[in-house]
Design a protein around this ligand. Structure first.
Ligand SMILES: CC/C=C\C/C=C/C(=O)SCCNC(=O)CCNC(=O)[C@H](O)C(C)(C)COP(=O)(O)OP(=O)(O)OC[C@H]1O[C@@H](n2cnc3c(N)ncnc32)[C@H](O)[C@@H]1OP(=O)(O)O
Length: 715
């Protein structure tokens, strides 16, 4: 709702009340209309202030109303009524003014912001554009280049930047409503002619075409197929070239296409999924709301390689005390220098001082005796990790949580090295660990709910989106990647090239195709894992392992020392080791031809559809297995992992959402088709849960959990 009160006798105060973010639901919109009307009708009222309750101005349109039947007054006439008011209306912006929230403020005549407030038009991140006249008012207020930046990226700006850009008129460190009331009284009675943004001409640009061409090129490059950023540029162009009323018409037209698009659905699903993963549950019944985390004030990181350094930086930046341990003195010194550099660069960007004093460095593992939680980040080798866990068990005080940063080793096996396996969880960070948002928190059968809650909470403290998953080979992300990569390899055997496979996957929206990604990660990583799994054994039949099809192509490249970017060659060639520019490699092409000839394989023409379906549907099928086994609690968990950790295009929601969009019946049919053609590839065999979902009438994704529950209860 919106509550109307009178303060200081002559100020009408409208307070938006819709927790948690005062979104502009139908009731709130109606409340604003009624309150404005009332205030304008009261002769004693000289001016109005609009604010939000609980220190939050407004989080924008109510996203939960999208896709439902529209009720209540639409936003644009509400904002026009405010702008047309004959009494000054001042927005008192505390906390947030986002999307429709900022558009509401732009409809007001003045804007006063608290110094800690964040403002922005993030509609693009939900597959939309600021279609409550934001795309038309903002360029008129701050000019085309700045408006293009804000509207196409959706980034939030601080109050200080908003002041500098001219979005707000004043910033205060004190009570914002008081400041706004004072301000409103000071301007009451003054002409409002120069305060109605819709009447402003859009600031002229001499190089208008060049600015819009550059903007379009930039968004097309960054968008990976997303349509909203392109529509945002078009809407701002309308503001720059058309009268306001016609610009609004164009905004409406563009929004109509976006509003019902699959991309908007995917992005809005992704928004809620990212929040839903915080409400984790375990098959044991333990849950986020019944498991209390322990506060972590001091943590230790063991092993200061690339991952350990990133984790140390993340912890220190979040204000924790960190003991950073590396047993080799030389590596310890190098790591100290690298970590300090990372902290200094990060602090410079944020305009704060680097938290160098939060870290103490040591070459002695015994120095971790007084920490609350340890994150072991030594080399990915089970024997080494076990040794470290034994040492930790001897030196840590009782109750210390022992976490391992592994990308797929058995958490339970590690836990068995300690007298308190309930304190052990996996914390799978993604490189670079201080940048990537994703954290897989992996619980073993003996991990306590409190250990999981603590790791999840710590993830939040250091700014990660944490997803709780069960223990299995590769956990969720890497386990699903395995069939995807296998298919990519099989496609090469059958006639495709790495360039073609990557092109198809990149057109789908991945930042990198399977081969360019493998070159970046290092081919030796997977080689080591396959060796440890007993798959790389000389003398074994070349293309079969344990009765299943196996492609040794990656192993053969590694045997040649081709580990990817770091060695200057892998699936592609690079100018020099470490270079990032992948070029097609004639050597690789002849190698593939020779390989096919040696194994009697005849190259055939493989089309775009086959590459996509085999790579993606095998990955999705593994996702269904993961759900069936209870390794992930719901499809949102998998989708968040893929969007944040594996560059799955956000505007496609994630693999499970994509399967829902394609239609489960279609996915099942195509898997059946490919499995018939490749009966020796088990990952193409449709899993039981997928069959069950189709048999139960293909419910929409938000109802899959009901079927999953039934499957679990039958097990
Ligand atoms: C038809 C009109 C056409 C166009 C014009 C206008 C369009 C829009 O305004 S679209 C919406 C634009 N606004 C946003 O994109 C803001 C989205 N929200 C956020 O970025 C964040 O939630 C926040 C910065 C506002 C707050 O962050 P934080 O404090 O970390 O809390 P949470 O993110 O966990 O959110 C708490 C809770 O609130 C729900 N929520 C947030 N924003 C909205 C919203 N606009 N509508 C409905 N619900 C919202 C969020 O989902 C959380 O609830 P759950 O945990 O239950 O999911």
């Amino acid at each position: 709702m919106a509550q109307y009160t009178r303060i200081s006798g002559s100020v009408g105060l409208i307070t938006l009340k819709n927790p948690p973010v005062n979104a502009l639901s139908a009731v709130v919109r109606q409340g604003i209309v009624d309150s404005v009307e009332r205030a304008l009708g009261e002769p004693e009222v000289k001016c109005l202030v609009i604010c939000g309750q609980s220190g939050k101005f407004c989080g924008g349109a109510d996203i939960r109303e999208f896709g439902k039947k529209m009720t209540g007054p639409p936003l644009i006439p509400v904002f026009h009524a405010i702008e047309a008011a004959a009494k000054p209306v001042v927005a008192a912006i505390e906390g947030i003014a986002l999307g429709g929230g900022l558009e509401l403020a732009l409809g007001c005549h003045y804007r006063i912001a608290h110094s800690k407030a964040k403002l922005g038009l993030p509609e693009v991140t939900l597959g939309l554009l600021p279609a409550a006249a934001g795309s038309q008012r903002l360029p008129r207020l701050i000019g085309v280049p700045a408006a293009l930046d804000l509207i196409t990226t959706g980034r939030h700006v601080t109050a200080a930047e908003a002041l500098q850009l001219g979005i707000v008129d004043q910033v205060t460190d004190h009570n914002t409503v008081d400041a706004a009331v004072k301000f409103a009284l000071s301007v009451a009675g003054q002409s409002l002619d120069a305060r109605r943004i819709s009447t402003f001409p859009c600031p002229r640009l001499s190089n208008l075409d060049a600015v819009f061409e550059a903007a379009m090129q930039k968004v097309r490059q960054a968008a990976r197929g997303a349509i909203a950023p392109v529509a945002c540029v078009q809407a701002v162009r309308a503001a720059a070239t058309l009268p306001y009323a016609q610009g609004l018409e164009r905004e409406k037209e563009l929004m109509a296409t976006l509003f019902t698009s699959g991309q908007a659905r995917a992005l809005q699903y992704s928004f809620f999924a990212q929040r839903a993963v915080g409400r984790w549950s375990m098959p044991s019944g333990a849950r986020w709301d019944t498991s209390k985390p322990k506060p972590i004030r001091k943590a230790a990181v063991i092993g200061l390689g690339t991952m350990g350094r990133g984790i140390t930086v993340g912890l220190a930046q979040a204000g924790l005390s960190v003991v950073a341990v590396e047993t080799q003195e030389k590596q310890l010194m190098e790591a100290k220098q690298a970590v300090s550099g990372m902290l200094e660069r990060g602090a410079k960007k944020r305009g704060v001082s680097p938290p160098l004093g939060n870290i103490s460095y040591s070459s002695n593992i015994k120095t971790v005796g007084d920490v609350d939680l340890v994150i072991e980040a030594v080399f990915e080798d089970m024997a080494l990790k076990k040794e470290v866990f034994q040492q930790l068990s001897a030196v840590c005080r009782p109750g210390t949580f022992l976490c391992t940063n592994t990308s797929g080793l058995d958490i339970d096996d590690l836990a068995s090295q300690t007298p308190n396996p309930e304190l052990v969880v996996g914390m799978h960070f993604f490189a670079p660990a201080h940048v990537m948002k994703l954290l897989e928190v992996v619980y073993g059968p003996r991990s306590s709910p409190q250990a999981v809650a603590t790791a999840m909470q710590l993830g939040k403290v250091i700014g990660k989106v944490s997803v709780a998953v069960g223990n299995c080979q590769g956990f969720v992300g890497n386990r699903m990647l395995s069939p995807y990569l296998s298919q990519a390899n099989f496609l090469l055997e059958e006639g495709a090239t790495p360039e073609f496979v990557d092109q198809v996957l990149e057109e789908f929206g991945f930042a990198m195709g399977a081969f360019r990604m493998s070159d970046l990660s290092g081919l030796d990583v997977g080689w080591r894992v396959r060796k440890a799994a007993g798959l790389v054994v000389p003398g074994k039949p070349a293309r079969m392992r344990q009765g299943c099809r196996y492609s040794p192509l990656g192993d053969l490249l590694c045997e040649q020392g081709r580990f990817g970017q770091k060695t200057g060659s892998g699936w592609y060639q690079y100018d020099k080791p470490g270079s990032r520019v992948a070029k097609p490699d004639p050597w690789l092409h002849s190698f593939l031809e020779e390989y096919r000839a040696r194994h009697g394989l005849v190259a055939r023409r493989i089309d775009h559809q086959e590459v996509l379906e085999r790579c993606l549907y095998s990955l999705i099928n593994e996702g269904f297995r993961i759900l069936e086994e209870g390794i992930a609690a719901g499809p949102e968990d998998i989708d968040v992992i893929y969007v944040l950790g594996y560059s799955w295009p956000r505007h496609r929601g994630g693999p499970m959402f994509y399967a829902d969009m394609v239609g489960l019946t279609r996915v099942l049919e195509r898997l059946e088709f490919y499995h018939q053609a490749h009966p020796d590839v088990p990952s193409l065999q449709p899993c039981n849960l997928l069959r069950k979902l189709v048999a139960s009438g293909t419910p929409p994704i938000h109802r899959w959990r009901e079927v999953i529950k039934k499957v679990h209860s039958q097990l």
